[in-house]
Design a protein around this ligand. Structure first.
Ligand SMILES: CC(C)(COP(=O)(O)OP(=O)(O)OC[C@H]1O[C@@H](n2cnc3c(N)ncnc32)[C@H](O)[C@@H]1OP(=O)(O)O)[C@@H](O)C(=O)NCCC(=O)NCCS
Length: 124
């Protein structure tokens, strides 16, 4: 059978953000945390079908993120996506992630990845 989908996420230290993110998150207050959705993938055989399993995986990841931050009043969820990764951008759009910065094609070094943001205000 194998693995159908997988994801990872981690808490980020806001003081280590690249400058463009520091500006976007400048308004962070007490009780607010940032987590990066570092990786999310669906097995090839389970992709498509209008992203049914992909959406289930994102939903699961977001609930897991909330569970990992029980004290947080607000959670900023960040993700990085390659400028060419249409499937991922469509998926994040479906969850109302906002694109903060745009990835750009080579040869501009490590700038292929754009940053995306989703804000969660967990029920207290
Ligand atoms: C991101 C992901 C979970 C989305 O799954 P999904 O919602 O089921 O979407 P699909 O993979 O079926 O792709 C949707 C669309 O993107 C297109 N697409 C998929 N992979 C593509 C690629 N590498 N390059 C260009 N287009 C691609 C598909 O043809 C499809 O196009 P259509 O809507 O016009 O038919 C899945 O594509 C995946 O696991 N990708 C590999 C891992 C990854 O990139 N993760 C994100 C960064 S960590």
């Amino acid at each position: 059978m194998g693995i159908a989908a997988a994801y990872t996420h981690q808490r980020l230290d806001p003081t280590t953000f690249p400058p463009q993110l520091a500006l976007a998150l400048d308004f962070m207050g007490a009780g607010e945390v940032v987590r990066e959705l570092c990786f999310l993938a669906v097995a090839t055989r389970n992709r498509g079908k209008e992203g049914a399993l992909a959406d289930e995986a994102v939903t699961e990841a977001l609930y897991d993120i909330i569970d990992c931050e029980p004290e947080a009043e607000r959670i900023y969820v960040l993700g990085q996506v390659d400028y060419n990764n249409k499937a991922s951008m469509q998926m994040l759009d479906r969850f109302n992630f906002r694109q903060l910065t745009q990835g750009v094609p080579p040869p501009r070094g490590d700038q292929r990845l754009g940053w995306w943001l989703h804000i969660i205000d967990p029920p207290q």
